[in-house]
Design a protein around this ligand. Structure first.
Ligand code: PGA
Ligand code: ZN
Length: 436
């Protein structure tokens, strides 16, 4: 059955920060009638320099964050470029979208316009094929759907996600000991409740940041780990590499002063150079059950990342590239060459199209790098990232805390996929099963 793209509509909606973002609806037409797919684009706050370029209107409206230009580009330029194409030929559709934009970083029309159409096409294609989105993504990746990924759950937030917190962006719980995905959720829920109680008992308010993590004042990074370790024990678990371990997203680019080459940890009253950062991170790994460190150095410090990889040789600590790799095949290839990372964060809006995202998965797999599907700090109740994660067999997923509906809808979608399919679970151990 041939289903062709008949209509593309796009409009502005508001995301979890109340900022505008692009929602796209694609309608395909076949002998069976019409098939509709809708996708909403997420947005980062700690965006890297090497991401595909999100387009914002500027001006006064919504503080300059309007996306009317991107919406108009989707309707007036991208729609005619893909109308009449086979909706199930994602590669050809994405190539047409890229050609229509004409720039490598998709800055002419906006990566948010391009990804919006790319994502909505996949949704419509799954309907046209009569398969679930997770099966559809698995098909695009040339495989059967994978297992439910091990969640890395945000507990404490800082950086650009929590004004007034520490510079380190996220401290996450990794429930490595839980045997099933539902058990992993129960474990983290118990830890989060215990953490909330400790924060309240300490005289602070349990307010949450952009991804639902708590953001109490913290005096040191070790202090944050100690607070987490206490909460894990309160919850009846052990902070360890076999039960509840930790991950950190340092997001170091965002407190790096490029002109002087220094990392400014103002809340901790410290300024560090590369060596200082390496000592800091290696020290955490020695003192705490740490399994993953994301963006421990600024986004172009390949040498620093490689040095950290050697420092961590013989440990199971994963070095995860977000701003470093920007979901870009070229940057993942460079990381492989320079041994700069052991895992790749997958953010479709850094790439700009689903095809590019799938290419990154392929490149990572060929090189033996782990894949971690990731939401952004600005989200909606769109759960596409979850279907993508299971479809391509990413071993880990990072979608925020167990708070705020734009986060919970994703955790709940994983429960739904678990019900609908016989998907096993990638967790229950560290490192989790990444599907090669
Ligand atoms: P962002 O944060 O969506 O604000 O970029 C998420 C992350 O850094 O992993
Ligand atoms: Zn990050």
């Amino acid at each position: 059955m041939n289903a062709t793209i008949a209509d593309v509509d796009a409009w502005e909606v508001l995301d979890s920060r109340g900022d505008p973002t692009v929602r796209v609806a694609v309608e395909a037409e076949s002998e069976d009638g019409r098939q509709r797919g809708v996708f909403t684009v997420p947005a980062g706050a700690s965006t890297g320099a090497h991401e595909a370029a999100e387009r914002r209107d500027g001006g006064d409206r919504y503080g300059g964050r309007g996306v009317r230009g991107a919406v108009e580009a989707a309707r007036a330029e991208l729609a005619p470029a893909v109308r009449g194409m086979d909706v199930t030929d994602q590669e050809a559709v994405d190539a047409a979208l890229e050609r229509c934009d004409g720039t490598a970083d998709l800055s002419r029309l906006g990566a948010n316009a391009v990804l919006g159409v790319s994502g909505a096409v996949a949704h419509a294609a799954a309907v046209a094929r009569g398969v679930s989105l997770v099966e559809y993504f698995a098909g695009l990746a040339g495989r059967a759907p994978g297992r439910l990924p091990l969640p890395m759950v945000n507990l404490l937030s800082g950086g650009l996600h929590a004004t007034g917190g520490v510079e380190i962006q996220d401290f996450l719980a990794v429930p490595v000991g839980a045997e099933t995905y539902p058990e992993a959720l129960e474990t983290v829920h118990a830890v989060r409740c215990a953490l909330r109680e400790r924060i309240v008992d300490g005289g602070d308010r349990p307010l949450v940041a952009d991804e639902g993590g708590f953001a109490p004042p913290l005096e040191s990074v070790d202090g944050a780990f100690t607070l987490l370790e206490t909460a894990v024990r309160d919850a009846g678990h052990e902070p360890s590499l076999d039960d509840v371990a930790f991950a950190v997203d340092v997001a170091a680019t965002h407190f790096y002063a490029t002109d002087v080459g220094e990392y400014r940890l103002e809340s901790l009253d410290r300024t560090l150079d590369r060596e200082g950062m390496l000592d800091l991170v290696a020290g955490w790994a020695e003192r705490h059950p740490l399994v993953s460190v994301e963006d421990p150095l600024a986004e172009d410090d390949w040498e620093g990342f490689a040095a950290l990889r050697s420092r961590l040789t013989g440990t199971d600590v994963q070095v995860l590239g977000d701003d470093l790799l920007a979901t870009s095949v070229g940057r993942v290839e460079q990381a492989v060459e320079e041994n700069a990372a052991s895992a790749v964060l997958l953010k479709p809006n850094q790439a700009g199209t689903l095809t590019r995202t799938l290419e990154v998965v392929g490149t990572a797999r060929d090189a033996g790098l782990a894949t971690v599907a990731s939401a952004r700090s600005g989200e909606t109740c769109d759960t596409t990232i979850v279907d993508l994660a299971v479809g391509v067999g990413a071993g880990q997923i990072k979608i925020g805390s167990l708070a705020r509906s734009e986060r919970l809808c994703k955790y709940n979608r994983l429960l739904g996929i678990g019900r609908e399919t016989e998907a096993g679970y990638a967790g229950g151990r560290w490192p989790p099963a990444d599907e090669y």
